[in-house]
Design a protein around this ligand. Structure first.
Ligand code: KG4
Ligand code: ZN
Length: 345
């Protein structure tokens, strides 16, 4: 007879999405609710921490209630409460952490602390529990760009990360320069679809032959120079550019970032002899990145298996939190009520 399934309530408030989900046994998604704050931050062109925090406070109770209702479960069916407590905006994280601690105390359920980045990686493992090892993981989000040697959901070794801007941050900043709508990543992808990726030769920063670190601030500056002229004295020419010219810049920028991401992942894969490649994080929603990495894996000798997070679980969500928590739950890795949010991670 099969044992009772383990239902975990996951909570996520690290940036500008308030999310809650119920996941059974780490992979059966019973509900996933995400309240996005895009509209609130749009006019500022980026996430304003105080506004994010206030919106989380307003949304957290309805979002958690909705996740329980959609899953058709009540307090008695939940085995543990999981929350992303790092990395992120501290005043945003604290809302989720406080809610999770309150429920853990009131319902007398164990509390599981989750690293948001590791949870992004877990999204890529939703379809596959056992990885063919070694496995290399690329996590690309608005705040982070990381390569990991990944043995399991809980055993990760950081191989490299960005020394300045994250990949998603570069998408967002370049979208601002090009006066494309917020959030930048999806806007750049949309504009790029109509552009020529070879129109402008933007720099590809590889940081030396061996490095597994990333740098994206140079390409962002290169786009700015391109739009304002080399002496940076001119006005941003974007207003007088044709839609086609903007599409060409977006496509050329996107192609350069993707080339670096793919080459670095290939480098890391070679270094550890990877048989599997994993891709997660907000930027993993980008179709061109998904297909470029697929081509890289198919062309490798022998071909590598690619596991990509489903599109709806690339950007911030709580399914990834509840899913990862299952593996911590199984080995008794619990937090207590002293759990605090942490900006770094
Ligand atoms: O993982 P995420 O939701 O939040 C963080 O943990 O940071 O990632 C958000 C980032 C943003 O920078 C957003 O512009 C980027 O992911 N993004 C994309 C796409 N969709 C979201 N970047 C490129 N192409 C996309 N389709
Ligand atoms: Zn994220």
């Amino acid at each position: 007879m099969q044992g009772k399934s383990i239902n975990i309530l996951g909570i996520e408030t690290s940036c500008d999405e308030t999310a809650a989900a119920v996941v059974a046994d780490g992979r059966v998604v019973k509900s996933s609710v995400v309240a996005s704050q895009t509209e609130l931050h749009e006019k500022y062109g980026g996430v304003v921490p105080e506004i994010a925090s206030r919106a989380h406070i307003e949304n957290i109770y309805p979002v958690i209630s909705e996740a329980l209702v959609q899953a058709g479960v009540g307090q008695e069916d939940i085995d543990a409460i999981a929350v992303a407590n790092q990395p992120g905006l501290t005043i945003a994280l604290v809302v989720g952490v406080t809610a999770a601690k309150t429920l853990s105390f009131a319902w007398e359920k164990p509390l599981v602390a989750i690293n948001h980045l590791h949870a992004h990686l877990q999204s890529a493992m939703l379809a596959e529990e056992k990885l063919e090892l070694p496995a290399v993981a690329l996590i690309v989000s608005g705040g982070h760009t990381c390569l990991y040697d990944c043995e399991s959901s809980l055993e990760l070794e950081l191989l490299g990360s960005t020394i300045d801007d994250a990949a998603g941050e570069a998408f967002d900043k370049v979208a601002t320069i090009l006066k494309l709508p917020y959030p930048g990543g999806p806007s750049i992808e949309k504009a790029a679809a109509k552009g020529n990726p070879e129109a402008v030769k933007f720099p590809r920063s590889m940081l030396g032959r061996e490095s597994l670190d990333f740098s994206f601030s140079g390409i962002k500056t290169a786009v700015l120079y391109y739009c304002r002229g080399q002496d940076m004295k001119g006005e941003n020419r974007v207003d007088s550019m044709s839609e086609q010219e903007i599409a060409d810049i977006a496509a050329s920028f996107q192609a350069a970032v993707i080339e670096v991401l793919v080459k670095k992942t290939q480098r890391a894969a070679k270094k550890i002899g990877a048989k599997t490649v994993l891709l997660g994080g907000g930027v993993a929603a980008n179709s061109q990145l998904r297909s470029a990495l697929q081509q890289m894996c198919d062309a490798a000798e022998p071909a590598k298996k690619l596991l990509i997070a489903p599109k709806q679980y690339c950007t911030d969500n709580a399914v990834m939190v509840a899913s990862l928590a299952y593996y911590k739950y199984k080995v008794g890795l619990f937090a207590d009520l002293t759990l605090e949010p942490k900006a770094s991670g």
